[in-house]
Design a protein around this ligand. Structure first.
Ligand code: M6R
Length: 608
């Protein structure tokens, strides 16, 4: 995923573009660039690596003009070099692009190859538009002629020399929003976050829209036409702007971990307070569904894996959980009376979106669970559940995972009631448990100091194992993912009972083995697995509650024990996630890695 921004009507536009890019840097940080149009000439600066490199250059050589575009890139086609950095420019056109032009090779073949200055898929759009302008088309006609030739997804911000007062935005398959600023200043960006504190209202472009931002006026057209359409402008809440800063924290990730009690509470208020309990949930198809397919990527996939335990045990609903990039290609058998749930923080992950479209085509009822209410995945399904986690800027998902879990837990309880698997009283008990979660998570966060003290032990560690059983197994997978993505230590999650079938060969006196062991029905089982590790001198770090700690007896001497609050087994996955996040965070902080923007990653991956 890349971030794009365009501004019309700002004196010193290049600095406002940089400020917008700073907000979008979480979307990609391999290279960045800005271009302005002034005196019928493009002025451009680009730099490899993080935005700070570009900022240095622009500070020394500011770009003139009041209209401009900017880009922060997560490399897909072509390496993270300056020549592949956006904006790309031709004789008459300069543009920035987020998305993929799937038929770029075919289109490229139609041009004189010496025209191309980059290996990107995006540059071909410049030359297509340029070619029409050369033939005498105006910018609108050039757009109309070009768009039907493009396959794939795109959000584009474009400058045309023959329309020097106009900033053009085009979107299909990738989001683009318009910000209405003060004194006629207009903004285009991949998300509202880029301009939330400069603008009072926002307009979300719809699929296939293109727009002209000119002299303080916005005109929107649909599907390449030149007949204006109306899209609503919505006020931007002050809360969104305040989420843009780290406050007292060193990293967004830590801020977002610490925000969990609050955002869990916000999410619960929508779903689990007596009158609001999933009130909008249609009884069909959940009541009669023969099965549920859950499809997602990364952390969201692990949320789906936890939900499988819940749905099957409590609602007796058979669940298949798939990694989105595998799902379509394995030709899944989807009974007509089954339903599907797509989980995605961003709602823009290409693999998950493609999986949802594939499922819709099969006429299966599709629901999504997203954090971004206006996202494509929210727009394209039959039913949407939202998490109220607020913006998550740290690339590693934290608060969005626990809020996904809380919605999935509430949904499980509701579906179980609908299907007659639990009584109203039993549901009320689950609800009561859910409502205690923000306080339990707040208490769990107090373990932070001891995890920070543990972190130096990981200094020279090459690999770590995470073990859990039951619904704690996906939490072990998520804990391992957190550690590897921000500290670059290789980590694997295993179902503890599986250890003896192979991974036990990895155990020696250097490998930390993180064990998630609440004192529940599986406690004795996992303890046997822990003994297998201790017998081979593995360095066990065990997370349990007071009852578990007591039951360990002398065994506790051979390991490090971290005590968490007592929680019912239904909700243990949510509470036990928190120390996994904190452990990964403090190991990474100790190692000094780039926690909010780990190498090679982007916040959401909008390419397949
Ligand atoms: O936006 P999504 O939830 O669809 O993103 C899916 C994954 O890319 C994401 O969960 C990723 O694994 C996390 N950032 C890891 O912390």
């Amino acid at each position: 995923m890349c971030g794009i921004v365009g501004i019309n009507g700002a004196p010193d536009v290049c600095f406002d573009l940089l400020a917008g890019l700073k907000r979008l840097e979480y979307r990609g940080y391999d290279s960045a660039g800005v271009a302005t149009l002034f005196n019928k000439e493009f002025h451009r600066q680009r730099a490899e690596g993080k935005l700070i490199n570009l900022e240095r250059i622009v500070k020394e050589h500011p770009l003139p003009g009041i209209i401009g575009i900017g880009h922060t890139r997560w490399a897909t086609h072509g390496g993270p070099t300056t020549s592949n950095a956006h904006p790309h420019q031709g004789q008459y056109v300069a543009l920035v692009h987020n998305g993929i032009i799937e038929n770029h090779r075919e289109l490229r073949a139609g041009f004189d190859q010496t025209l191309f200055q980059s290996e990107t898929d995006s540059e071909v759009v410049v030359h297509l538009l340029d070619a029409y302008i050369k033939k005498g088309y105006d910018h609108a006609a050039a757009i109309q002629a070009t768009l039907p030739q493009l396959k794939g997804s795109y959000a584009l911000a474009v400058l045309f020399k023959n329309a020097p007062d106009t900033l053009v935005g085009i979107c299909r398959g990738s989001p683009l929003v318009i910000g209405h600023g003060k004194e006629g200043r207009l903004f285009l960006a991949s998300d509202i976050f880029a301009f939330a504190d400069y603008c009072e209202s926002v307009t979300y472009l719809e699929e296939g829209d293109w727009t002209e931002l000119k002299n303080g006026t916005v005109t929107i057209y649909s599907h390449g036409s030149t007949h204006p359409v109306t899209r609503p402008s919505l006020p931007i809440s002050a809360d969104i702007a305040s989420q843009a800063t780290k406050g007292l924290y060193r990293h967004f990730m830590l801020k977002e971990i610490m925000e969990q009690p609050e955002v869990l509470q916000n999410t619960l208020e929508k779903y689990a307070h007596s009158e609001a309990w999933l009130t909008k949930m249609p009884t069909n198809p959940w009541k009669k569904a023969s099965g549920l397919s859950i499809v997602a990527c990364g952390t969201s996939f692990y949320a789906g894996c936890v939900a499988k335990y819940w749905f099957e045990e409590i609602a007796r609903l058979p669940v298949a959980v798939d990694i989105a990039s595998e799902y379509r290609y394995r030709h899944p058998a989807l009974p007509a009376d089954s339903c599907a749930l797509f989980i995605s923080q961003s709602g823009e992950t290409a693999d998950t979106l493609a999986a949802a479209r594939f499922t819709k085509q099969k006429k299966i009822y599709c629901a999504s669970l997203v954090n971004v209410a206006e996202s494509s995945l929210a727009r394209e399904v039959d039913q949407v559940f939202q998490t109220y986690a607020g913006f998550e800027i740290g690339v590693a998902s934290t608060k969005t995972f626990t809020t996904q879990l809380i919605v999935l837990a509430a949904l499980t309880a509701e579906v179980a009631l609908l299907r007659g698997e639990i009584s109203a009283e039993e549901r009320a008990t689950l609800q009561k448990d859910l409502l205690m979660l923000p306080r339990l998570v707040e208490e769990t966060l107090k373990i932070q100091g001891s995890l920070q003290r543990l972190a130096p032990q990981f200094e020279r560690v090459k690999a770590a194992l995470y073990l859990g059983r039951g619904a704690l197994y996906p939490v072990a997978l998520e804990g391992a993912l957190k550690l590897k993505e921000i500290s670059y230590i290789h980590a694997e999650g295993y179902a503890a009972g599986e250890l003896k079938h192979g991974p036990i060969a990895l155990i020696d006196d250097k490998i930390p083995v993180v064990v998630l062991a609440p004192h529940d029905v599986l406690f004795e089982k996992i303890l046997s697995n822990v003994q297998e590790v201790l017998a081979r001198k593995g360095q066990v770090i065990l997370f349990t509650d007071n009852d578990g700690a007591r039951a360990l007896n002398t065994l506790a001497e051979g390991m490090q024990v971290c005590i968490l609050p007592k929680v019912c087994s239904f909700l243990a996955p949510i509470v036990y996630t928190v120390p996994m996040q904190l452990l990964a965070y403090h190991v990474a902080a100790f190692k000094g890695t780039d926690i909010d923007q780990p190498r090679n990653l982007a916040k959401s991956v909008t390419v397949e």
